[in-house]
Write a protein that binds this ligand. Structure first.
Ligand code: ZN
Length: 588
């Protein structure tokens, strides 16, 4: 066996957000060894060019400096060395990105994704790695939270860690600092919740709720879970929301007031959405980390990896995240239906769903979903939101057509067994194939419409068959403009102008600042009041600034937008609905 690639990481100047990382290759390529940082981080489909944060880099071998040549935006080549001596590259990396995708270091803590700091010796990615984490000089009492396996370091301590290969090295984010730590067990496996940042979280409540959700997911796929331990790595901030999945952990950002407080009884909106986020990332430990598109197996870390399947990996995960809370009995049926109604409304308010299919939305994630602009709602559809609705429609269709014998759960289990457990990638037509195999049904027309078509899904009749009534109505009486606005102080800017709406027909554009309606000043507070006294079909004169030029145009008002979607369980017991939503109608 070849000697491992050895890394060291130390905080160089936390106040300046600098870390120093070394990478030693025991047997560098005699023709010149290439080193690269990934261009993107798996799970977040955008080229991020992490190498731009390397502020200094040098190479040494046998006590002598080795010249480095930059090959492209991410890659350096060390000149051939004379003797077969180990080669060490040392770099200083600027880490000031407080997101789940980057690295953030300051005197209070350090959060590191390997993709931001660990150079990859090309051609040696399969080699085992060791990592020495040095304790910072300035901060006594710091601990380490990571699921990277220890190789001499004590649990939660500094010292040596290891990884089977580079892919594993970058799939265990690392937090160092004074975080709180709470634990629970699910599926016989220890789970930890490390929370950094000031907070007053009721950890006992959080762990009790998470334990139920995690256990439900483990039971869905079948015990034991595919990891020996699991870590929720949480950064509590004044405001924030985000998560990124890893094989045995997840990095999460949340608003500290969304964490449960000691005085909290009923789960509020914020806490429910935090639990939904935890549930989402945990489900990814199966669905995308292990059941993975063939197009992402293995990851090509230098360039975009295209697949038409993100609707199944992000969409199905988005369906199961809240559903798991309901099935596990952490939220009740009515709360779950309210969350589902929100997703239906989001999709219904996106005219772009008639232009872009889910397969196209998935494929173009890199250049469209991850690069939204003012035209995004007109041009595209989210593979998260519509993908979740496709999962819902597929689940209900399977249950209905099989008389309740086949459910989406069975499809997920079959995917797990065929692809997750074997490590084989899911082919582009793999989801439909497995769904048809498991159910014995011809689902060709379902997938053609739902994934490769742009017609709306027949959710109302499907839900009605499960004792849930879907209604859509206007939430107010004010006529519509067909826009989404953004308040900027006392100014009202058009953030999005929906194709075909009143503002579009009148010639208004995203970016215009509304100033008056029939000569009366428009502010964020006054617009609805002004509109409420008008009727749909009436013509008003709208004044707006386009850049610094004042324009005025006649605008024919739309009917009030049907922006309220409600899902209500019909009265009485409904066995098919109870089998679908599980848990209890009212959680304890
Ligand atoms: Zn996700």
């Amino acid at each position: 066996m070849s000697a491992p690639i050895h890394y060291t990481l130390a905080l160089l100047d936390p106040a300046a957000h600098l870390v120093e990382v070394t990478c030693t290759v025991p047997d560098p390529d005699p023709a010149g060894q290439d080193f690269a940082l990934p261009a993107w981080i798996p799970g977040s489909y955008l080229i991020r060019d992490f190498a731009r944060q390397i502020v200094h880099i040098e190479a040494r071998s046998g006590g002598r400096r080795v010249p480095l040549t930059k090959r492209d935006s991410h890659t350096w080549r060390a000149a051939p060395t004379r003797r077969a001596a180990p080669l060490t590259v040392r770099c200083t990396v600027y880490c000031h990105d407080l997101s789940v995708r980057g690295a953030h270091v300051d005197p209070g803590h350090a959060f590191l994704n390997g993709t931001s700091v660990f150079l990859r010796p090309l051609g040696r990615e399969a080699r085992a790695c060791t990592l020495d984490l040095a304790p910072p000089a300035h901060a006594a009492g710091w601990r380490v939270a990571t699921t990277l396996p220890e190789d001499g370091a004590p649990r939660h301590g500094f010292g040596r860690y290891r990884a089977a290969d580079y892919d594993e090295l970058i799939d265990h984010p690392i937090e160092m600092g004074n975080f709180t730590l709470a634990t629970f067990t699910a599926g016989g496996v220890p789970h930890e919740v490390a929370i950094s940042g000031r907070h007053d979280c009721d950890s006992a409540r959080l762990c009790a709720d998470l334990a139920r959700v995690c256990q439900w997911q483990i039971d869905l796929f079948g015990a034991p879970p595919p990891f020996a331990r699991y870590l929720f790595l949480v950064s509590a901030l004044g405001d924030g929301y985000g998560g990124l999945e890893h094989r045995a952990s997840t990095a999460l950002l949340c608003a500290r007031h969304d964490l449960p407080g000691a005085a909290m009884r009923e789960a509020g909106d914020g806490y429910r959405s935090f639990l939904g986020l935890c549930s989402h990332e945990y489900f990814h430990a199966w669905n995308v980390k292990r059941i993975r598109p063939a197009a992402l197996t293995p990851y090509d870390l230098q360039r975009p990896n295209h697949t038409t399947l993100l609707w199944a990996f992000e969409g199905f995960t988005s369906y199961y995240d809240d559903l798991a809370l309901c099935r596990a009995g952490v939220i009740g049926h009515a709360d779950y239906l309210a969350l589902l109604a929100r997703t239906i409304r989001n999709v219904a308010q996106t005219p772009g769903r008639f232009r872009q299919t889910l397969a196209e939305s998935s494929f173009d994630a890199w250049t469209r979903f991850y690069k939204p602009d003012e035209n995004t709602p007109n041009a595209g559809v989210s593979y998260y939101a519509k993908g979740a609705l496709v999962a819902l429609a597929l689940d209900l269709t399977l249950r209905r057509r099989s008389g309740g014998r086949t459910r989406l759960d069975d499809v997920m289990r079959a995917l797990w067994q065929r692809y997750g457990l074997t490590g084989a990638g899911v082919p582009e037509d793999g989801i439909r194939t497995i769904a048809e195999e498991v159910s014995g049904l011809d689902l060709g027309s379902f997938f053609r419409t739902a994934v490769h078509g742009t017609r709306d899904l027949p959710l109302a009749p499907l839900l009605a068959a499960f004792g849930v009534r879907l209604t859509q109505a206007a939430s107010g009486t004010a006529p519509g403009l067909g826009v989404k606005t953004a308040a900027d102080g006392n100014e009202l800017r058009l953030a999005h102008v929906f194709t075909g709406g009143a503002a579009h027909r009148a010639g208004l554009s995203a970016g215009d600042v509304l100033v008056a309606l029939d000569g009366l000043r428009v502010t964020p507070a006054s617009l609805d009041r002004l509109l409420e006294r008008r009727r749909p079909g009436e013509t008003v004169t709208v004044s707006a600034f386009r850049r610094d030029e004042l324009i005025a145009c006649p605008l024919v008002l739309d009917p009030p937008p049907a922006d309220q979607i409600t899902l209500r369980a019909t009265r009485g017991r409904h066995p098919a609905r109870d089998a679908w939503l599980g848990g209890t109608a009212h959680p304890d």
